[in-house]
Structure formats: structure tokens, C-alpha cells
Design a protein around this ligand. Structure first.
Ligand code: ATR
Length: 257
């Protein structure tokens, strides 16, 4: 029987997951389809029931549902549990399992840049859904210090509850850092600007943007002009998808076919 996979989110139009997963499905000659679906929050429980009943065989989850899905799952991987974030859902022996492949995606993506993370200091902008995964990955890579700043204080403080070791910086202020990571949605639109003094902070620093579409946000473009090394979130996207695909494709390698 044909297997059915989906990525769900709201908005969902921008998602490139169907393109990438469909490419791998074809390349591996799997009898499966992978589509995107715009969902409202009150439809989340129903779609997970569809996995239980094997009307759907696997899901990827994007904003804003990575936390919302958790109460409906049977088992969380360790990474999903500590980040309170799920981006992959699949069924294994009657259990609905949630995993978070963003952590490994971010880590492996960063490893491909040859930047040294160990004993460095990072400054994260934003406190949205992807940030716990970034913090956990940086900790695995033995970062020595994490600063975090968010427009809305309350969300920064929630992040500090989850990770007491991070230091919160007032929005608009910049601490000393080696690596700065934009994890806000500023930059999705071409004209978006982050209000920091690139001239004084960019030289010999590493600027990373989780955004990969557009390829080069103003954040990266300006930092590069003032002497920084830069990287966008494309490889994070590819590696989280790859690990997720291994889960989904288990349907074809196990006896569940
Ligand atoms: P969610 O909050 O649903 O997880 P997200 O897209 O994962 O959404 O995160 C959006 C991030 O971008 C948040 O950190 C948000 O800051 P707030 O918590 O203050 O909303 C940040 N963000 C979005 N637009 C912004 C802007 N114009 N200026 C500053 N921060 C912005």
C-alpha cells in the first residue's frame, strides 16, 4: 500500500520539506507520497489519530505546533523531552513516537562549517520554538557560555527556566560573543533589519542565521561586509530532514510493510 507522509504547520506554504522528502522517496523507489498541510490547532489531535489508524504514516511538524503535539504522543525521544519540541512523528509497534531531529540537524549543519564551537561564547537572538534545540546542540558541542536576547522578555525568561545557565541580555544590547545566531523570524522578508551595530561587532566573528530562504538575510550580508564569517540555515534544514526521513522510511525497512 502507498504510504502517506505530511508536514503540518501554519503557515506552511514556505516549507521545502515536501520537495526534499519527495526527492528521497523517488531516489529510494519507495511507494509513498509527501505533502504539506495547513492545519489549525484544533485539528492537531485528529491528525495524530490518523497516524494511530495508519491513514497517515508519518508527520513532520513545523511552527507553531512543535510543542502542541506532545500531549497526544505515547513516547518521546530523550531529545524531544528535554527540548519540549517535536518535529517528527511516526508509529512503531502500536506506539506513536515523537522525536526532535532539529538538535542533530543544527549540530551536524554547524559541524560542516568547520567553525570551532568548543569553549566559545554564543549570543542567540530570539526565544521561539527552535531555540531549545539550538541551545541543546550548542551544549553538546561544549560551548562555554550562552547569551540570549528576545524582544518579549517573558519568552526569554521561559527559556531561562528551561536552561538556567543561559544569561539573558536586554533586547537591543550586545554582549561580547564569538558566535551570534539569528533565531528570530526577522529576515524572512528581504527588507527586514536587525538593529545592531555591525561595524563594531562583526570583525572575525561567526554569524549564523537559521533562515535559509532568502539565502542571505541582511543580517548575514551586513556582517560579511564588516569582516564576519557567515552561514545560513540550509544545512540544518537538510540534516534535520535526513534524520527525520530515516524514521519515516522505517516503514519500508521493517516488517511493517
Ligand atoms: P513562536 O514564538 O511561535 O515559537 P517563532 O517563529 O518560532 O514563533 O519565533 C519567532 C521569534 O522571532 C520570536 O523570538 C520573536 O520574538 P517575540 O517573542 O518577541 O515575538 C521574534 N521576532 C519576530 N518578529 C520580530 C521583530 N519584528 N522584532 C524582534 N523579534 C521578532
Amino acid at each position: 500500500m502507498n504510504k502517506k507522509f505530511l508536514v503540518i504547520g501554519n503557515p506552511i506554504e514556505h516549507s521545502l520539506s515536501p520537495k526534499l522528502h519527495s526527492y528521497w522517496i523517488k531516489k529510494n523507489n519507495l511507494r509513498a507520497t509527501y505533502d504539506k498541510k495547513l492545519l489549525e490547532q484544533n485539528e492537531v489531535q485528529k491528525i495524530i489519530l490518523d497516524i494511530r489508524e495508519e491513514k497517515i504514516h508519518g508527520l513532520n511538524i513545523t511552527v507553531p505546533f512543535k510543542k502542541v503535539v506532545i500531549p497526544f504522543l505515547d513516547i518521546l525521544s530523550n531529545e524531544a523531552r528535554i527540548s519540549e519540541s517535536v518535529n517528527t512523528i511516526y508509529k512503531d509497534k502500536d506506539k506513536i513516537i515523537g522525536d526532535n531531529t532539529d538538535i542533530d540537524g543544527f549540530k551536524t549543519g554547524l559541524e560542516t562549517t568547520n567553525q570551532i564551537i568548543k569553549n566559545k561564547e554564543a549570543f542567540i537572538l530570539g526565544a521561539g520554538g527552535v531555540v531549545p534545540s539550538i541551545i541543546i546542540a550548542l551544549k553538546k558541542m561544549q560551548i562555554s557560555k550562552i547569551y540570549l536576547s528576545n524582544r518579549t522578555d517573558l519568552k526569554a525568561l521561559e527559556m531561562k527556566k528551561l536552561f538556567p545557565e543561559i544569561k539573558i541580555i536586554e533586547w537591543g544590547k550586545t554582549p561580547n560573543f564569538d558566535i551570534i545566531i539569528n533565531a528570530t523570524s526577522i529576515g524572512l522578508n528581504d527588507k527586514d533589519e536587525i538593529n545592531i551595530d555591525y561595524r563594531n561587532i562583526s570583525k572575525n566573528k561567526f554569524f549564523y542565521d537559521v533562515i535559509y530562504n532568502p539565502k542571505e538575510t541582511n543580517f548575514l550580508r551586513k556582517a560579511k561586509q564588516f569582516g564576519a564569517q557567515t552561514e545560513n540555515g540550509k544545512m540544518m534544514f537538510v540534516y534535520q530532514a535526513q534524520k527525520s526521513f530515516f524514521h519515516l522510511a522505517q516503514y519500508f525497512t521493517s516488517s511493517r510493510q
